[in-house]
Design a protein around this ligand. Structure first.
Ligand code: OOB
Length: 535
C-alpha cells in the first residue's frame, strides 16, 4: 500500500488552522445518528426505500459486522460498483465502519476497467448490482475474479441485503490515513487510483457545505453516478450527511424519472453535467406538469458549461446556478451563490479554500504571468501522488498536481476553463483516454494505425473520432465494427468511438519522430465539422 502524504509542514498548517479536524467518516455518521435533533430525520431515500439517520446507522453497524465475518479486515480494499440506491450509501458507510477501503467503481465499468482496478487496488471483494438494465453483472464479476487473484468475494445486491450480523466495535480509523480510493477520469493503460484521507476529504466536504449553503434542511438529489466525486462530495451525498440533511438517489437523470422524485421529496439541490443541464432546461422551457419549485440550486460541472446554456438555466428552472470545476484528485472551484450573473454564466468559479494554491505554467513548466496556462495546484485536499505512485509525471517536482487543464484567470480571481492539454477527451463529463482507446483499436486486424481525437459536439461538448489507416488488403473498418470490437474488449460504453474517418496517411507533423500527441493536435486542428464526420 503506498500513498504519498503531504509535506509535514503543510499537514501541520492544515491541522493548526482547523481544516483537518481529525474526524473519520464513521465518526460523522455516528454523531448524526446520535444527535437527538437529527436521528429521526431522513438521511437517504430512493424510489423504494427511506432510512432515517438512526436507521442508517443501525444497518451500517450490522453490515459492517457481516463484512468482518466474511474476513474483510481493516485496510483491505473493496470495489463498490452499485447504482444509485440506498444500499450504495449503506455499503460505503459500512465499509468505513469496518475500516475497509471502498474503491469507487461505476455501474458502466466493464471488464477492461474492472480488471485493471481490481489488480491495481488488490481488492478482496467486489459488490455489484446483479442484473442492471438487462446486463449480467454477476457474469462480469466472475470474469473479473478469474483475472484478479486477490478477489475472494463477489456480492450482488440481493446477497448484500441478506448480510446481517450483530454489531460490534471495529476500532477507529486514523483520520490521517487513506479512507477510500477514487478513480481518475482520464486513465491511461494503468488505472490511476486516487487515495483520499478522512482528514483531507472531510475538509473538502464541510468547506463545500459552507460555500454551497448546505444545512440540515438541504435535500440533495443524486442523478449522476453516485461514485463520481461531484455527487459524492461537492457537496453531494457526503455534504448532506455532514450537515444532517437528506440525500435522494435517482436511478436515472432524465426529467421523466428525476422530476417526480424532486416533487415527492421536495428536493432543493442537484448537480448536473452540461448535457443534462441542457436537457433539464429545454424540458422546463417547453413546460412540465411536475412541481419542481422546491429546487433552489442547480450545480453544473464535470465539463465546460457553454455560456449560452448557463444564461438559460436559472430563468428556465427558477434556480440559482452554481458552476463547479473540480477533479477527483482534489481542487474544486465554485461560483459564489450570490455572485453577479455575469460571473456565474462565464466563469467556473474560485478555489473553495483560501489554502488552495494555484499557478499557471507553460508546456515546459515555466510560470506564465497571465493566462491562458496549464493549471497546477497544491492544497489541503489535493493529493500528492496516485496509489502505488503510478503516473508520477502528473505531479511537478515540488509535489503540485498538474491538472492538464488550460485555464485563464478572470478579474475577480475566478477560473475560466479554456481546454486541456494531453489526450483526455471530455465526453459530457465522462472522460475518455485517447491513448487507451487507440491501444484497443490497434488490436483490430483491419486497423494499421489509429489516432483518436475529440471533435466538437453540440450536446456532449466533445465526442470521440477515430482516424484510421486501414491495414493492407483489409476492407476499411466501419464504425459499428469498431464499436462492437471495443465493446468486446471490455470497454465501458461511453469509451467506444463515436465516429470513424478512414484516411490514407496521417498529416506530417514536422517532427522527425512521429509523435502521437502532435498527430492528435494536428488532426484536432483540422477536424471537420461534427456533421461532416459520419460513421
Ligand atoms: C470532475 O472530476 P473528474 O475527476 O471526473 O474530472 C476532472 C476534469 C478536470 O480536470 C477538467 O478537465 C474537467 O474534468 N472539468 C471541467 C469542469 N469540471 C471538471 N472542465 C470544464 N469546466 C468544468 N466546470 O469532473 C468533478 C469533480 C468534482 C466536482 C465537479 C467535477
Amino acid at each position: 500500500m503506498t500513498f504519498t502524504s503531504w509535506p509535514p509542514e503543510l499537514a501541520e498548517l492544515y491541522r493548526d488552522r482547523g481544516l483537518w479536524r481529525a474526524e473519520t467518516f464513521d465518526d460523522v455518521l455516528a454523531a448524526r445518528a446520535g444527535d437527538p435533533d437529527l436521528a429521526d430525520r431522513v438521511a437517504v431515500v430512493d424510489a423504494e426505500r427511506s432510512l432515517t439517520y438512526r436507521e442508517l446507522d443501525g444497518r451500517v453497524g450490522r453490515l459492517a459486522a457481516a463484512f468482518a465475518d466474511l474476513g474483510i479486515v481493516p485496510g483491505e480494499r473493496v470495489i463498490v460498483q452499485l447504482p444509485n440506491v440506498v444500499a450504495y450509501v449503506e455499503t460505503v458507510f459500512a465499509l468505513f465502519r469496518a475500516r475497509a477501503l471502498p474503491v469507487f467503481g461505476l455501474p458502466a465499468h466493464r471488464e477492461a476497467e474492472l480488471v485493471g482496478i481490481a489488480q491495481e487496488s488488490e481488492a478482496v471483494a467486489m459488490i455489484h448490482p446483479g442484473v442492471l438494465h438487462g446486463y449480467d453483472h454477476a457474469g462480469l464479476a466472475r470474469t473479473v475474479a478469474e483475472q484478479a487473484p486477490t478477489l475472494r468475494h463477489v456480492i450482488d445486491l440481493d446477497e448484500l441485503a441478506a448480510l446481517d450480523a450483530a454489531p460490534r466495535d471495529h476500532g477507529r480509523s486514523d483520520p490521517s490515513e487513506v479512507a477510500f480510493l477514487q478513480l481518475s477520469g482520464g486513465s491511461t493503460g494503468t488505472p490511476k487510483l486516487i487515495p483520499r484521507t478522512h482528514d483531507d476529504y472531510l475538509y473538502s466536504v464541510w468547506r463545500s457545505n459552507e460555500v454551497c449553503g448546505v444545512t440540515a434542511d438541504t435535500v440533495y438529489l443524486v442523478v449522476l453516478p453516485a461514485s463520481h466525486n461531484f455527487p459524492m462530495s461537492s457537496p453531494g451525498i457526503l455534504g448532506a450527511v455532514y450537515a444532517g440533511g437528506s440525500t435522494v438517489l435517482s436511478p436515472s437523470p432524465t426529467p421523466s424519472v428525476a422530476w417526480p422524485l424532486v416533487e415527492r421529496e421536495r428536493v432543493t439541490m442537484v448537480g448536473l453535467v452540461p448535457p443534462l443541464a441542457r436537457l433539464w432546461t429545454e424540458t422546463a422551457e417547453s413546460g412540465t406538469e411536475h412541481d419542481i419549485s422546491s429546487l433552489e440550486t442547480i450545480q453544473v460541472g464535470g465539463a465546460r458549461c457553454p455560456d449560452e446554456l448557463a444564461r438559460r438555466i436559472g430563468p428556465a428552472l427558477g434556480v440559482t446556478l452554481q458552476q463547479v470545476f473540480g477533479m477527483a484528485e482534489g481542487l474544486v472551484c465554485y461560483t459564489d451563490l450570490d455572485a453577479p450573473i455575469e460571473v456565474v454564466t462565464t466563469t467556473q468559479g474560485r478555489p473553495m479554500s483560501e489554502y488552495d494554491q494555484i499557478r499557471l505554467v507553460d508546456e515546459d513548466g515555466v510560470p506564465v504571468e497571465s493566462g491562458p496556462g496549464l493549471l497546477e495546484v497544491q492544497g489541503p485536499y489535493t493529493i500528492r501522488g496516485y496509489w502505488n505512485g503510478v503516473a508520477a509525471t502528473s505531479f511537478a517536482a515540488d509535489g503540485w498536481y498538474r491538472t492538464g487543464d488550460v485555464v485563464e484567470l478572470a478579474d475577480g480571481g475566478e477560473l475560466i476553463v479554456r481546454g486541456r492539454s494531453g489526450d483526455r477527451i471530455n465526453r459530457g463529463g465522462e472522460k475518455v483516454s485517447a491513448e487507451q482507446l487507440e491501444e484497443h483499436l490497434l488490436e483490430h486486424s483491419a486497423v494499421r494505425d489509429v489516432i483518436v481525437v475529440a471533435i466538437d459536439d453540440e450536446y456532449l461538448g466533445e465526442r470521440t473520432c477515430a482516424y484510421v489507416i486501414a491495414a493492407d488488403g483489409e476492407p476499411a473498418p466501419k464504425l459499428p465494427t469498431l464499436r462492437a470490437f471495443a465493446r468486446g474488449r471490455g470497454l465501458a460504453e461511453w469509451k467506444l468511438p463515436d465516429s470513424v474517418v478512414v484516411i490514407d496517411a496521417f498529416p506530417e507533423t514536422g517532427v522527425g519522430k512521429v509523435s502521437r500527441r502532435r498527430l492528435r493536435e494536428t488532426l484536432a486542428a483540422t477536424r471537420p465539422g461534427a456533421n461532416a464526420v459520419g460513421g
